[in-house]
Every structure is written in structure tokens, then in C-alpha cells.
Design a binder for this molecule. Structure first.
Ligand code: GTP
Length: 209
């Protein structure tokens, strides 16, 4: 495969879910565009951005779907679970309700996502002085689900890249298991992990960053 700017070895479809206001859009913007905004413009339905990163010597194009946390969009966002290879469950460390709701988001995943989807737990807004969820509490919850845990701050960048890299790394690991030790660029995979070039979500304009 030619290694032009758009070339990649693996397309990783990642969904970010969690309560409204925990910072899902800000995490996406920090990762893809290295930007941050203090305003909360609630996501309407779903939006996405892409970024290609290198993971263990392979170029992984991460397509990140930012879902609306508001309840009224649940039906729309649920339809995106099935195609996800990775899911980032986010809460805010200064919002206990968002932390308690992780259990409900997990139920949504069980109901709507594929069984082998990679998951990580993210406690965002770790820069906030009024936190009510300590690191240990978040870690314990992640451990109970057997998933990785990161405390992030979209505001000051803390751990944002690490969280996205981890989910990309886990997806790559699963793809390698499905496709053999070296991901191929000419397809041959089945199920969620696909090795494609230039895959675009249907019916949407790509907002590649
Ligand atoms: P919905 O689209 O409604 O689901 O919300 P969301 O989860 O996408 O939240 P969004 O990214 O819009 O952020 C909500 C508010 O939290 C905004 O005012 C952000 O500036 C703020 N925010 C997001 N991340 C951080 C962070 O890491 N630290 C701080 N201090 N504020 C943050």
C-alpha cells in the first residue's frame, strides 16, 4: 500500500458516550484539533471527526463519533453502537450523577453494541477543584468492568491523547487477532474490525481534522 498522507492500515470506529455536559465534545476537539472551548453547545444527535495516529508501527485512522448525552437523543445515538469497535464511557469527576450513570451507559452498550467492543472509562474535568469522585473510585469502577481507566482534562490536555491511544491500541489488538498477526490492507476481516482505505460514514460529510 502506498504511504501517502491519507494511507492507513486500520480504521477504528470509536464512540464517546456519557451524560450531557461531561465534556465529550471537548475531549474530541482536544484530541483532533488541540482546541478547547468553555461554552457548552449541546451536541444534537451525533457528530464525528477523524484523526490518523501511529500505534505500534501501524497507521490507525480513528473515526470518533461524539454522541449527544441528552436523553431525547438516545434513540438516534443507539443506532451507532452496533458499528463501534471502541467505546469511551465518560463522566465528569465533579458530577456524581454522571458517574452513577455509567452503569446505565454500560447497560446500553450491552444491549446495543457488539459483544467484543473495546471499552475504556474516562473521568473528565480532572482540572476542576470541586471534584467529588476520587481517582480510586473511578479506578475501582473500571476494574469491576475489567476495562482501562483514565482521568482526563480536555481543558489542560491531561491524558486525553493517552485515552484515545489506548482505545485505538485495543482495537488494533483485536483486529490483529481476527486478521492474523499483521493487519492487511486488502480487507478479509469480518465483524466490527475492518481494514479499509478511505472509509466514510454514509450520508454524512466527513469533518476530517
Ligand atoms: P452534550 O453534547 O450535551 O452531551 O455535552 P458534552 O458531554 O459534549 O459536553 P461539552 O464537551 O460540550 O462540555 C460541557 C462543558 O464542560 C463546557 O462548558 C466545557 O467547556 C466544559 N468542559 C469540558 N471538558 C472540560 C474539562 O476537562 N475541564 C473543564 N474545567 N471544563 C470542561
Amino acid at each position: 500500500m502506498s504511504k501517502g498522507n491519507n494511507a492507513f492500515d486500520l480504521l477504528a470506529k470509536v464512540l464517546i458516550i456519557g451524560d450531557s455536559g461531561v465534556g465529550k465534545t471537548c475531549l474530541l476537539l482536544r484530541f483532533c484539533e488541540n482546541s478547547f472551548t468553555t461554552s457548552h453547545l449541546a451536541t444534537i444527535g451525533i457528530d464525528f471527526k477523524m484523526k490518523t495516529i501511529e500505534v505500534e508501527g501501524k497507521r490507525v485512522k480513528v473515526q470518533i463519533w461524539d454522541t449527544a448525552g441528552q436523553d431525547r437523543f438516545k434513540t438516534i445515538t443507539q443506532t451507532y453502537y452496533r458499528g463501534a469497535m471502541g467505546i469511551i464511557l465518560a463522566y465528569a469527576v465533579n458530577d456524581r450523577e454522571s458517574f452513577q450513570n455509567i452503569e446505565n451507559w454500560m447497560k446500553q452498550i450491552k444491549e446495543h453494541a457488539s459483544e467484543d467492543v473495546c471499552k475504556i472509562l474516562v473521568g473528565n474535568k480532572s482540572d476542576m477543584p470541586d471534584r467529588c469522585i476520587e481517582y480510586e473510585e473511578g479506578k475501582r469502577l473500571a476494574d469491576s468492568y475489567g476495562i482501562q481507566f483514565f482521568e482526563t482534562s480536555a481543558k489542560d490536555c491531561r491524558n486525553v491523547n493517552d485515552a484515545f491511544y489506548e482505545v485505538a491500541r485495543e482495537i488494533k489488538g483485536k483486529a490483529a487477532l481476527k486478521n492474523g498477526p499483521t493487519p492487511q490492507t486488502n480487507g478479509g476481516s469480518s465483524g466490527g474490525a475492518q481494514l479499509k482505505k478511505d472509509d466514510k460514514p454514509s450520508g454524512k460529510d466527513s469533518k476530517c481534522c
